[in-house]
Design a protein around this ligand. Structure first.
Ligand SMILES: O=C(O)CCC(=O)C(=O)O
Length: 309
């Protein structure tokens, strides 16, 4: 178990149980400063998209945004965290239209999660709801399976998205409120179907002594062979062509060898019962009907055999 990263032990316990917490974060002035800053540097915003400033090929633009966010967030990081290191931030925006959803995912593994935390501090700059693309999370899902996550690896639920998606719950929050999530929590955001842009901030925080890592699976390498790269703090800003480069062997960082790993596979029944168990342990009830217990099957067999007599 990693050393605590929240100053408040109750918040730490809730974060460990749910995989996320919701806390007041930016004040109204700070929310306005960041909103104005966004509009100043985005004269031309594409329609009907989900986009992140980290998708840009312009390093200076990304660095400028990341620095501004980290400066403004630092007093709030100080309020909530201890023994931590900020790793930068980005704008995430959804312009109106049904193509602006972000698919269900877990964030990349960027530290050794057995020993350290990697946390995504997500702060919308407007009040969020299910219509404008709030964050949906699967409470407790960070505990379902120990995984490595990278663009070149499948998720443990890949191919079973329909089963999982309906279990996510919307977290509607006022502007400036932070939804702080563990990188291994399953989450997604639906399209923005309103007529107003939804801007949010994502800012990364990791345990102070954690080395930043990135995992890469060469499609031609043996199944379980995953290359591990140590990375510098700004590696997330270094992708020139984000949507292509994230699938290539990293050009940044230092390869430190290989790790043996296969993405865990769960049957539908195992996945359903894991979701029910972890969601309930996190304090949420499930929408999934309980799986047929094997005893029930044998009970029916017994009944049928009685009728046959
Ligand atoms: O901003 C959003 O809509 C989604 C954010 C998200 O999924 C992430 O930061 O990993």
């Amino acid at each position: 178990m990693p050393e605590p990263i929240f100053k408040n032990p109750n918040l730490q316990a809730l974060f460990d149980k749910q995989g996320f917490v919701v806390v007041p974060f930016l004040n109204n002035d700070e929310t306005s400063i960041l909103t104005n800053f966004f509009h100043q540097i985005h004269a031309d915003i594409p329609h009907n998209v989900f986009a992140s400033s980290s998708y840009s090929s312009n390093y200076e633009y990304k660095k400028n945004i990341s620095t501004k966010i980290t400066e403004l967030f630092s007093i709030h990081f100080e309020r909530y965290f201890m023994e931590y290191a900020p790793i930068g931030g980005a704008f995430l925006y959804k312009t109106p239209g049904n193509c602006s959803k972000l698919m269900m995912h877990q964030d990349w593994t960027i530290v050794d999660e057995q020993k350290y935390y990697a946390i995504n501090v997500w702060v919308p700059l407007i009040d969020t709801n299910e219509q404008n693309g709030t964050l949906f999370v699967l409470p407790g899902s960070h505990l379902i399976a120990e995984t490595l996550r990278a663009p070149t690896l499948p998720f443990f639920f890949t191919g079973k998205e329909d089963l999982v998606l309906k279990e996510l719950v919307p977290i509607n929050v006022p502007a400036g409120t932070a939804i702080i999530i563990n990188h291994s929590l399953i989450h997604y955001s639906p399209p923005n179907l309103t007529d107003k842009i939804r801007i949010a901030i994502t800012a990364g925080v990791i345990s102070k002594n954690a080395q930043l890592l990135f995992y890469f699976k060469d499609p031609n390498a043996p199944q379980a062979q995953i290359e591990v790269f140590e990375q510098e703090p700004d590696f997330l800003l270094q992708f020139d062509n984000f949507h292509q480069d994230i699938f290539d062997r990293p050009k940044t960082g230092k390869s430190i060898g290989y790790k043996s790993y296969n993405t865990p596979t769960l049957t539908n029944e195992q996945l359903k019962s894991s979701i029910i168990a972890t969601k309930e342990a996190a304090g949420y009830s499930s929408n999934v009907p309980p799986a047929c217990a094997p005893t029930q099957k044998s009970w029916w067999k017994k009944i049928i055999s009685l009728y046959k007599k």
